[in-house]
Write a protein that binds this ligand. Structure first.
Ligand SMILES: CSC[C@H]1O[C@H](OP(=O)(O)O)[C@H](O)[C@@H]1O
Ligand SMILES: Nc1ncnc2[nH]cnc12
Length: 290
């Protein structure tokens, strides 16, 4: 048994988290550069917790410039086992209304200006992201959300766009009508892919803030309105987080879906051909198998 350590990656409008005990903002150095900010460590009902504001306190990193690799490496380095991403999103579905939450289970990755892997020349690896989120962790998020009285939808596809501009009307309609996407945001990729490479369970809670630009009865996306909706829902998010420790428990059984063993058969580079400099950077992410 390992010890559960739950990390919350807070998105736009979420730069701190209330209710943790024995808190401390810690600086974590990584071979991939600095994470978005210091990480708040603490505990909740006897379970170790960590909180990282994705855009940094004061919202300093754009979606393109979030240091995704450093963030995931830093969480792994701290002993995190389960990562819960909380993010704002636009909805493509009438019944997923502003204020609702969606537990995302699929992604279409349209980002193109970000580093997407810890691996490459010197140590090549290919992990599966057919099922990019962890069902066990997603179950816990759904149960905690329902117990907190949140309108929470289970299962949906998140279109990850590069941004920072919102989508055009034509793009919005294409993602909704032809690509079958349910929500849109700018940050869950490559975060989810990197979490899988780092053998971390990952769940994504998308907080609906708007209807993007497709909806005939709603105006264009407006960042002020998005933050107002988010702020109005922050308490719901905190209530959900408070329910997680009891559901997940301090003693952690191996992930039944194999998230924590994702690298088992993924590395292709022959041991004698692996570059020691590259391996050194993988000490946290792939230390279990290298
Ligand atoms: C504030 S509107 C656009 C911004 O909000 C979302 O950020 P996050 O996913 O970190 O909550 C969206 O992805 C954009 O980055
Ligand atoms: N409509 C939208 N598109 C992209 N990212 C978002 N974040 C919140 N709303 C969004």
């Amino acid at each position: 048994m390992t010890q559960t350590k739950i990390a919350i990656i807070g998105g736009s409008g979420i730069y701190d988290i209330d209710g943790l005990e024995k808190t401390e903002w810690v600086t974590v150095e990584t071979p991939w550069g600095d994470p978005s900010d210091q990480i708040l460590t603490g505990s909740l009902s006897g379970v170790d917790m960590a909180f990282l504001p994705r855009h940094g306190r004061g919202h300093v990193h754009s979606p393109t410039d979030v240091p995704y690799r450093a963030n995931i490496d830093a969480l792994k380095r701290l002993g995190v086992t389960d990562v819960i991403s909380v993010s704002a999103c636009g909805s493509f579905r009438e019944h997923m209304a502003p204020g609702d939450f969606l537990i995302v289970d699929q992604f279409i990755d349209r980002t193109f200006a970000r580093e997407k892997s810890f691996f490459g020349t010197g140590c090549v690896a290919h992990v599966s992201v057919a099922h990019p989120t962890c069902p066990r962790l997603s179950d816990a998020c759904e149960s905690a959300g329902k117990a907190a009285g949140i309108t929470i939808h289970r299962g949906g596809t998140y279109l990850a766009m590069e941004g920072p501009q919102f989508s055009t009307l034509a793009e919005s309609k294409m993602y909704r009508e032809h690509w079958g996407c349910d929500v849109i945001g700018m940050t869950n990729m490559p975060e989810a892919k990197l979490a899988r490479e780092a053998e971390l369970c990952y769940a994504s809670i998308a907080m609906v803030t708007d209807y993007d630009s497709w909806h005939p009865d709603h105006g264009e996306v407006d960042v002020t309105a998005i933050i107002a909706t988010l702020t109005g829902n922050a308490e719901k998010g905190c209530a959900l987080v408070k329910g997680l420790p009891d559901l997940l428990g301090a003693d952690r059984a191996p992930c039944p879906h194999g998230c924590d063993r994702a690298l088992e058969y993924a590395i292709l580079t022959a041991p004698e051909k692996r570059d020691p400099t590259v391996l050194a950077k993988l000490d946290a992410v792939a230390g279990r198998i290298l």
